[in-house]
Design a protein around this ligand. Structure first.
Ligand SMILES: NC(=O)c1ccc[n+]([C@@H]2O[C@H](COP(=O)([O-])OP(=O)(O)OC[C@H]3O[C@@H](n4cnc5c(N)ncnc54)[C@H](O)[C@@H]3O)[C@@H](O)[C@H]2O)c1
Length: 268
């Protein structure tokens, strides 16, 4: 089993009813952590928690909207009641859509995305960090995006929220360092959470240096690393999990040299 130090640790994962959050919650369940599955959608949170328990793990569901301070407090109250403490928070809940061109955007759209993505990270981190500091430490993992440093078209609020999350990560790491609470972020590349067909996966994958789009499971090992003692001297960092996407100057389809022209393995 990887990361034996995570067995018995109490891990809260927000937005874990599907996608990356679900994969991370299930992976923590598989290494023996006690998992709190949060989502705004109570049905999916309940199903993921039930799945972890069915596999022999330990999980509860805690439905809440992470942009609402009272509901967030309720998630941590339920966590304390069930498991007594919080060791790890994975701030994963995030809204991508609706995507709107800047001229089509309005105040309500901007506020909702900033509220869920950025304020949600603050609210959950604010409650969790106090619990962690009182017990001598913990790990908070935020969820950034390539949009924090390279913009997507029609994603102004999302990209601004993710830039804010990277700044929040550094600022929290400084304030919480003396309390042994580490704060880092994961930066997923292009992760197939919607279940693309083979053609769509290939089309997206060709422009990623690793040659393929990511799966939600690709995010789980890095999450375990940032939660575990293996990263005990890592804080204030952003770990890219993107198959090399942000390392490239030009995508493969417009580059002068296309990967199709690389030497064949049998010719090496
Ligand atoms: N999939 C990618 O390629 C990708 C890339 C970069 C960053 N990310 C980030 O990773 C995180 C997860 O993305 P995903 O693709 O798995 O998304 P997803 O849409 O598949 O899942 C997000 C989950 O968050 C929940 N959620 C939404 N609003 C919520 C709220 N207010 N309170 C609690 N839960 C809420 C949703 O119900 C859903 O279950 C997000 O922060 C996203 O910005 C994803």
């Amino acid at each position: 089993m990887t990361h034996p130090d995570l067995a018995g640790k109490v891990v809260v994962v927000t937005g874990a009813g599907k996608g990356i959050g679900q994969a991370i919650a299930e992976r923590f369940g598989s290494v023996g952590s006690s998992v709190v599955v949060n989502d705004v959608d109570a049905a999916t949170a309940g199903a993921v928690a039930a799945g972890i328990n069915d596999e022999g793990g330990t999980a509860i569901a805690a439905a809440a909207d992470v942009s609402d301070g009272e509901q967030v407090q309720g998630v941590f109250d339920a966590t304390i009641e069930a498991f007594g403490t919080v060791d790890v928070l994975v701030n994963n809940a995030g809204l991508v859509s609706p995507m709107l061109h800047f001229f089509d955007a309005d105040e309500a759209w901007w506020r909702r995305i900033i509220d869920v993505n950025l304020t949600g990270h603050f609210l959950c981190g604010h409650v969790a960090a106090r619990i962690m500091a009182k017990k001598g430490g913990g790990s908070i993992i935020n969820m950034s995006s390539g949009g924090a440093t390279r913009a997507h078209r029609s994603f102004t609020a999302y990209d601004a929220s993710k830039g804010g999350i990277e700044a929040l990560t550094r600022a929290m790491a400084l304030d919480l360092g003396p309390y042994n609470v580490r704060v880092n972020a994961l930066m997923p590349g292009s992760i197939d959470t919607a279940g693309m067909d083979t053609e769509a996966r290939a089309y997206r994958g060709v422009n990623i240096p690793a040659g393929r789009i990511g799966d939600p499971y690709d995010m789980t090992g890095p999450a375990l690393f940032l939660a575990s003692e293996d990263s005990s001297y890592v804080t204030g960092d952003v770990l890219k999990v993107d198959g090399g996407m942000l390392a490239q100057q030009r995508s493969a389809t417009v580059d002068i040299v296309h990967p199709d022209t690389f030497p064949a393995v049998e010719d090496l």
